[in-house]
Design a protein around this ligand. Sequence first.
Ligand code: SF4
Length: 323
Amino acid sequence: MKFRSVRIQMIQPCHAHCAWCSTHKKNPVFKRLVQNSESQDFHAFYREVVELHQPEEVFVSGGEPLLSDDLPELLWAMADGPRRVHVFCSYQFSRKVMERISQLELPDNVVINHTAIYFEPERWRALTGFPFEVYRDNVRTAIAMPVKKRFKFIVNHSRLHEEIARFQKLVEPDDSCEISLKIMNDQGNGMVVDVMQASEERVFGRMSKLDQVLSDAGWSTKRPRTSIDRVAQVIQTGDVTQCPYREDPLELRLAFYRGGDGKSVLKYRYCPYFPPDFGHKFHLGCDSISKLAKNFTKGPFREHCGKCRLLHYDASRVAETAV
Ligand code: SF4
């Protein structure tokens, strides 16, 4: 059994302090692990997982993966494997650092991913504390790089049209860029249930008009994948037994859990919507890599689907859902 996509978390501090993200809390331990080279054990394990499962897509988050000295080697090791390797980036570092990043030689299957939040100076500064002008210039520098870029926009706020227009005007995306739309930014320990519920109507309304939103911006659309339609069905009906992540090995998500104290431990999950307090543990150097696939087949993770975050779009469903 092989996973169709694999997500990994690079051990590398992120200098950004975005209000919606709590990953920077891991910075001190990430820093220690980089200094004593234990980060390399995690990165070597990710490589093994990708070699074993040969996923179609790999998603590389952090920390800030583009600042990791281990990243180029890892990406080149995956150059002939996955169809796409998505590297997440905050674009929150100095122009000088961005200039250095822009000189990196990256394989053709790499896509640099970024979620734009309003793309408006005042709100950006309030949410990140980072100068908008430097961020904007870094995005422009990235657009000029000979690598694919993906920019994501979140559809749960009422100014999506303005945000897209501002983005187009300020950074002039070209054919090396693609756009994707997220229902919402569900980081911040994964819940933000109040926002999900408050924006439920807007999200569904806008989801049904997505083609219009995209064609207004002059962008072409791709047909949604079947698995996305099936996930939407879980939101609409509350029936988790129809969830594609339970049936097929669509995704293996590996994230840092613990390290620097003689133990190197990852947390792993099989879908993006699990309750944030749940995840299996994988001990590097102790557990067999086959455990990752065995636990998917055995299936105890499905017992937690009653607390699936998708169900929070309608609070009554959390209580009534039988798994
Ligand atoms: S928590 Fe369960 S129902 Fe929800 S997306 Fe994950 S596997 Fe599917």
